[in-house]
Structure formats: structure tokens, C-alpha cells
Design a protein around this ligand. Structure first.
Ligand SMILES: Cc1ncc(COP(=O)(O)O)c(C=O)c1O
Length: 374
């Protein structure tokens, strides 16, 4: 049987990984500045994480959501304390798309409306409603295209208001720092304006923190910099440090009822254990503080790159924009210098999404290689 050929694969076969490094089958060491699409938060194979999952697997790996799971309740309490998002409820699932799918569905149940406002260059996942809310027609199949979605320019509050007045909008979904789209971010005034308009028009504000959450930007969630209170916050990627786990935090103004949402795998014993271990290490190793410090160091070093047009993003969710396509440069960084970096919708932008454990010496390695290859 062949694999369904949907991924253009690099000819690299990782077999081992430790902290910020990945090792291939020939023993070569790669510096991971991409974390496998922003997934690795506390570093590859962190001992606390490995021990927690190993121990849990010896006890019970899975049972369904039909029984009590104290690990899920413990996680909800730890998330509340650590994220600072008070009084939200937690619903767990297994990926970023599933988190956004549940967020959009809940918004539609709650408001009894069906139109979604999303923003240009958004990426919210590949399933039904999320892919319809993703600004990339190439990945939207006819079955997805029947959803009512309006794509508006990021930052245009007037157009948001006009749309809210003229259509039955159940949700506004936003990435406070865009990921796949290329690291764009609007102003606090815009995000606060969205919050106010959602209140006025009985519309649910969804913060998609799938990529930007769990400390990646130096805040636990990227929206927190703007002082807003979304109705739903979606999470995944860094949440499980590689274990497939996602979830949504739901504001108390949205009420649960039995059967409203559901999943077989979501929040199982291993998924909850992985997330608890991530939170433990984020706290004990002060990784959000490290993200802020290493970000400042990276931004300072980037000033020495003469061909750099713009540095975008914040924390350890950064983009280096040039005035030429970066595909060849990224290949040279990978194959000549053993450095993983990321691409984005913007062909001129290199995405940097390292584990939050990264240190100055690793950033130095990257800039040395970049200067050589430019
Ligand atoms: C902001 C954002 N939302 C949702 C998703 C979809 O997550 P997943 O691939 O886990 O379904 C992604 C994935 O890149 C993302 O960056």
C-alpha cells in the first residue's frame, strides 16, 4: 500500500529528538527552529513529559468520556490557574481543527445563527466549518464551500460592523497573531472593538490560539496582550508537545447541555497527562519568561541581517520577511546547515517557531548560518 501523496516530503528521516535538536537516521543533528509546525513547546522528549506519559501508560491509557476522568478535572484547574482565564469551562478534543470546529458549532448553537466572520490570510484548519473559514480556496472542497463565511481585511472595524448589521453572524474567529498567514497582527483598538461589537450583536468571539497559545508568544495566550475576553478560546499544538490533543475554553455565558458536543478520544488519560506535564514544565522552567527573553535577543540579532525587510510576530512566533522568495534559502538552511525553519502563505517569509526552551547559543547558530547563506 502507498501513502496518499498529499505532503511534499523533505528527504530527512528523524529517528530521535532531544530538547531543541532532532537526529536523523544517519546520525546528523538538526537544530529545530520550527517545532514540527509550532507543536514542540517544552522541548523534544522532555524527561518530565516522558516519565509522566510512561507512568500513565502503565496504569491506564484510555477510557471514553462516559466515565469519570480526574486527570481532566485536574487539568481544568491547572489551566485556569496558569492561564489566568477564570471561570471558563474546558472541553477537550484531539486537534486544532477539531477545537475550532467545536468552537464554531457551539457559537452557532448558542446564537442560533450561521454566518461566520473570518479575516484575510486566516488559517483555522482543514475540516468542515474551519476550512470554510480559512482564506485559501485551494483547500476548500465544494462540500465545505456551502458554509456562510465573510472574509474581511484584518483591522477594518467598519466592515465588521456593516457585516454584523446585515447578516446573522454567529461568530467572529480570529488569530491574534496569524500563523500560516504570515505573522500579521492588528491593534489593541481593533481587538477591543471586535469584543464590543460581538457584545452588541449577540455574536461569539473566538480566539484561535491553536498556534499562538500555551506560552508561544510570551503570554499564555496571544489575545491577553490586548486585554480582551473571548467567549471561546481554541488550543492545540503546544498543548501536548507532540501528543495529539486540543481543546476549547468556554466562557460561562455559554451554557452546556448533555450531548451538545462530544468525542471518543478527546481528553483521554494520555492526552490529559501530556498536557499536565506541559503545564508543569512551562511553570517550573519559567518558559514564558524565556520566550520573552529569547525573542528580544532574536529581534536584536535580526537587526544585523542587511537584506531583512521586516521582522514580524512576537515571543517565539516570529517571521523574517525578505524581498525575495525564501524557498531556496530555507532548503540551504536545512541541507547545508541542518536547520529546520518554516514557510508561510507569504512566499518571502521564514517562520521561526522553536521549542520555548531555546537558548542564545542556538539563536547564534541560526544567524551565523543565515548570514552565510544569504
Ligand atoms: C491557527 C491555527 N488554527 C488551526 C490549525 C489546525 O490545527 P490542526 O492541524 O491540528 O488541525 C492550525 C494549524 O496549523 C493553526 O495554525
Amino acid at each position: 500500500m502507498s501513502l496518499f501523496d498529499v505532503y511534499p516530503l523533505y528527504n530527512v528521516t528523524p529517528v530521535k529528538a532531544k530538547d531543541v535538536f532532532v537526529y536523523d537516521d544517519k546520525g546528523a543533528q538538526y537544530l529545530d527552529l520550527y517545532g514540527g509546525h509550532a507543536v514542540i513547546s517544552i522541548g523534544h522528549s522532555h524527561p518530565v513529559y516522558v516519565n509522566a506519559l510512561t507512568n500513565q501508560l502503565q496504569k491506564i491509557g484510555f477510557y471514553s468520556n462516559a466515565v469519570q476522568n480526574p486527570l481532566q478535572t485536574k487539568l481544568a484547574d491547572r489551566l485556569e490557574a496558569f492561564s489566568g482565564c477564570k471561570n471558563y469551562d474546558l472541553f477537550m478534543c484531539s486537534s486544532g481543527a477539531e477545537a475550532n470546529e467545536n468552537a464554531l458549532k457551539l457559537a452557532s448553537f448558542h446564537t442560533n445563527k450561521s454566518t461566520v466572520i473570518a479575516f484575510e490570510n486566516s488559517f483555522h484548519g482543514r475540516t468542515s466549518a474551519c476550512v470554510a473559514a480559512t482564506d485559501n480556496p485551494k483547500i476548500v472542497a465544494p462540500i465545505n464551500a456551502q458554509q456562510q463565511v465573510r472574509f474581511l481585511p484584518l483591522g477594518d472595524l467598519d466592515l465588521v460592523e456593516i457585516t454584523l448589521k446585515s447578516e446573522p453572524v454567529c461568530a467572529i474567529i480570529i488569530e491574534c497573531v496569524q500563523g500560516v498567514g504570515g505573522l500579521d497582527e492588528s491593534t489593541t483598538e481593533f481587538y477591543k472593538g471586535l469584543e464590543l461589537l460581538c457584545q452588541r450583536h449577540n455574536t461569539v468571539l473566538i480566539a484561535d490560539e491553536v498556534q499562538s497559545g500555551f506560552g508561544r508568544t510570551g503570554d499564555f495566550f496571544a489575545f491577553q496582550k490586548h486585554g480582551i475576553t473571548p467567549h471561546i478560546i481554541s488550543m492545540a499544538k503546544g498543548m501536548g508537545n507532540g501528543f495529539p490533543v486540543g481543546g476549547i475554553l468556554i466562557h460561562p455565558s455559554i451554557k452546556a447541555s448533555h450531548g451538545l458536543l462530544g468525542t471518543t478520544f478527546g481528553g483521554n488519560h494520555l492526552a490529559s497527562t501530556a498536557t499536565l506535564a506541559v503545564l508543569e514544565v512551562l511553570e517550573s522552567e519559567n518558559l514564558m519568561q524565556n520566550a520573552r527573553e529569547m525573542s528580544a535577543y532574536f529581534i536584536e540579532k535580526a537587526k544585523s541581517i542587511p537584506k531583512l525587510k521586516k521582522l514580524k510576530g512576537r515571543g517565539l512566533m516570529l517571521g523574517l520577511e525578505f524581498d525575495f522568495p525564501v524557498a531556496t534559502l530555507r532548503k540551504k538552511l536545512l541541507f547545508d546547515c541542518f536547520l529546520f525553519t518554516g514557510s508561510s502563505k507569504n512566499p518571502n517569509l521564514i517562520r521561526i517557531l522553536p521549542p520555548l526552551t531555546i537558548k542564545k547559543e542556538h539563536i547564534d547558530l541560526f544567524f551565523k548560518a543565515l548570514a552565510e547563506k544569504l
